[in-house]
Design a protein around this ligand. Sequence first.
Ligand code: SIN
Ligand code: CO
Length: 379
Amino acid sequence: MYTLNLDIADFMQNYWQKKPLLIKAGFKDFIDPISPDEIAGLAMEEEVTSRMVSLEDGKWEAKCGPFTEFDRLEEPGAAILVQAINHWHDPSAELANAFNFIPSWRFDDLMVSYSSDTGGVGPHIDRYCVFIIQGQGKRHWRVGAQDMDPQEFAANGALKHCEAFDAVIDTVLEPGDILYIPPYAPHEGYAVGEAINYSVGFRAQDQKELLSDFGDYLLQQDKEFIRYSDPKLQPRAEHGSIESGEVQGLTDIMTSLMADKSVMHDFLGRHYSESAHELDLLVPEGGYIADFAIVVDEIGMESYLRKVNGLKTLYFPEMPTSCFIDGERYDFDASIAASVQTLCNTTEQTAKELEVLMEDKVFGQLLIDWVNLGYWHFE
Ligand code: SIN
Ligand code: CO
């Protein structure tokens, strides 16, 4: 288990989304959840997103995985980055879980980077905010303020960099140190010897992204929407004009759709529960499970039911008879809302806790369906 050595209330009030922070020894006696060999192993997999970034004679290079060889990492100035390792690797998921004080719909993934001496991705700006945890080795980081706004440019087709910036934090991270970097704060980090870093990233979409995703959602809806109509239209000499009342009418039909809570809940629930990265769903090996008691009998009372790493299970408190799992909506009776919310808010249930929850047959059947879909599994 990874326990964060941080005054969370103070952090949220004074730093979250506001300014960078160095959290010295944020994890005491930090032990890397993953080894360089395991990182390389994941970077060889088709379904895992990875890239390698290196600096060759003053020129930046970036390649996308999967990779079959890693020779470049034996020379200085290279880094390999693997996304969503929390989906594939239990100890890495545990590290990500240390940040569960931030709601899951905001969480994106845990990325790992392994760098050779001086390796890094260069000076850049992220739109998302990130906690960078130092694993083995050391890395020299510089972080600027959020409002610096240095010019961005393409260092290479796949790599965006920013101009030089003044640092408000300039430090060499040691194992267990954490750097919080809010969105838009420019940063750059270069390994001092070989180093591993973990980035816990949180997503926040802009208007363009949200409306485009909302548009995609609407396209999938098989129903009639309110259409613009103008029964009071008067003859007009200005054939080319769109009058302000008409602009208002068009705007109103769009905003009334967004003001419809049932539409928004359905869109946001499906949208934010859908994993942005591939999930390692664990469909029961022995075929369909019909009764948990039999499974628990087989594997013992010490077993527990565990949510698949990275799975998003969301609900809206004002809509207690629905929940959203990996892009799908489930509706149920109000009598089991509290049990479903318990599942949504936690990562595992002991066999004993499960026994209590399963006393309700309606809840039991729903959970059996989810286990058979591979969303939860016994360990
Ligand atoms: C890295 O770990 O190399 C990059 C992390 C970041 O800059 O966001
Ligand atoms: Co970054």
